[in-house]
Design a protein around this ligand. Structure first.
Ligand SMILES: Cc1ncc(COP(=O)(O)O)c(C=O)c1O
Length: 433
């Protein structure tokens, strides 16, 4: 797969060195020498056990939450290394939670262009854009809080979330589903969160469902509706430019709700990250073409990886296509645990998924998402992140096959002897302490 990849020559680094860079990235994020601190991170605990056993299946490949090291948009990285100049004015204390005026204006233009929003949909009294420097999660929590401003009514739905380009399934919701969810929010006068985390992580050949535009058109047709001030749209940049560490995101909403959220934000957060906002906005202003080209290239690259992994899992690991779930959206693929893991009816699906993904890590050194994404009781599945380097994806599959992973495997994955010993000692210490 590597030779045909559009992105693999991005830094002119050979594929083996890029894999090494991934190992180094994984180590940097997973290493935690303090045992007490580690207890709150399942991943760091697993990593400590695996390292102590001498990394029996090779260095850790971290493919769980959306890890990017060598895959950061090359133009952005090049800009930071060679062109970036930071004016002194960006080092000051920040006054407003949702960014400096100049940054908001840059992002507003981008939002309007990306969502093809006509003038009548973005009137200043109805529509505003904010710049987030701590990504989108805090603002989502704030929205949850704001519902408590209203009197709680048990029969009422407080919040409807639409994540059209859907994580973890990678599917894109149809217009019918999107409209159904909007109707629901409208009927209950609930808050509406349009979670567009993967709007720009999408197969460019598949028409995109533009949820924000659908919503704004609805509002324009129902002037003075209570819903005009009860919606929030979030769009992080970490996924589309593979730069989660910058924490940059944009939101849009009514100015009224944004003002309300500003006061919440003040109470629980230090306003920071203005420098990060300047890095992203300066790059977007100077290299708009590169940014947009990357979105298309990355979308194609992920589509190719999804095909490649599905083919491999079907042909080499005996996976039925119905046990693999992919779609045109996101950088993830989910797959069902092998049948042998599903046989224990006393366990919840999430426990089964966690056991499988822990075993898989100890047997292959590939760290997946554990129980994080099996909330439904339909099937136990794990999520594989495909944003990683193509050479890494090949190494993941090689290790899966070498460890004997197969949908119909007769026995659960074996844990390497050194590791089994260490886990047993740990268990013994727990029981006797
Ligand atoms: C569906 C969805 N929404 C929102 C987020 C939050 O993104 P961020 O942490 O970049 O704000 C994620 C992150 O993984 C996500 O998958």
């Amino acid at each position: 797969m590597s030779s045909k990849s559009t992105l693999c020559s991005i830094f002119g680094i050979e594929s083996s060195s890029r894999v090494d860079a991934h190992y180094e990235g994984a180590r940097t994020h997973l290493l935690n020498s303090n045992e007490i601190l580690r207890r709150t991170s399942h991943e760091q605990e697993l990593y400590a056990n695996y390292i102590a056993a001498g990394e029996p299946a090779g260095p850790t490949i971290y493919s769980s939450k959306g890890e990017h090291f060598t895959e950061v948009c090359p133009s952005l990285k090049h800009f930071i290394d060679h062109e970036l100049k930071l004016d002194l004015k960006y080092f000051g204390y920040m006054e407003y939670s949702f960014g400096l005026e100049e940054h908001r204006q840059i992002l507003k233009k981008l939002m309007i262009r990306h969502h093809e929003l006509d003038d009548e949909l973005v009137k200043p009294e109805d529509f505003e854009v904010g710049c987030l420097m701590n990504s989108t999660r805090l603002i989502m929590f704030d929205l949850e809080w704001s519902k408590y401003l209203d009197e709680q009514k048990p029969e009422k739905i407080d919040l409807v979330i639409i994540n059209t380009q859907h994580n973890p399934t990678g599917k894109q919701w149809s217009l019918d589903v999107v409209n159904f969810l909007m109707d629901l929010a409208w009927k209950h006068e609930s808050y509406l969160l349009i979670d567009d985390a993967y709007y720009c992580v999408h197969d460019p050949r598949v028409e995109i469902v533009n949820t924000l535009k659908i919503w704004l058109k609805r509002l324009a047709q129902h002037k003075n509706s209570a819903m005009a001030t009860r919606w929030l749209h979030t769009h992080p940049f970490g996924k589309q430019f593979n730069c989660n560490a910058l924490g940059m995101a944009m939101i849009s909403s009514s100015p009224q709700l944004m003002a309300q959220l500003n006061t919440f934000y003040w109470h629980h957060s230090y306003l920071n990250g203005c420098v990060n906002a300047e890095i992203l906005c300066q790059w977007l202003s100077k290299h708009q073409h590169d940014a947009e080209q990357f979105i298309v290239d990355n979308g194609m690259e992920i589509a190719r990886k999804k095909n490649f992994v599905c083919q491999f899992m079907e042909q080499e690991l005996s996976y039925p296509s119905t046990s693999l779930c992919t779609g045109p959206s996101t950088s993830y693929l989910i797959f069902e645990v092998p049948l042998i893991y599903s046989q224990d009816s006393t366990k919840k699906k999430s426990e089964i998924a966690e056991q499988f993904s822990d075993d898989l890590y100890y047997a292959t050194g590939v760290m997946l998402s554990g129980d994080m994404f099996t909330h439904a009781e339909v099937a136990a599945y794990v999520r594989l992140h495909l944003g990683s380097d193509p050479a890494n994806i090949e190494e993941i599959l090689r290790r899966f096959k070498a460890a004997g992973l197969n949908y119909h495997m007769k026995h659960k994955l074996g844990v390497a002897p050194g590791l089994a010993e260490r886990l047993l000692t740990k268990l013994h210490n727990l029981v006797t302490s």
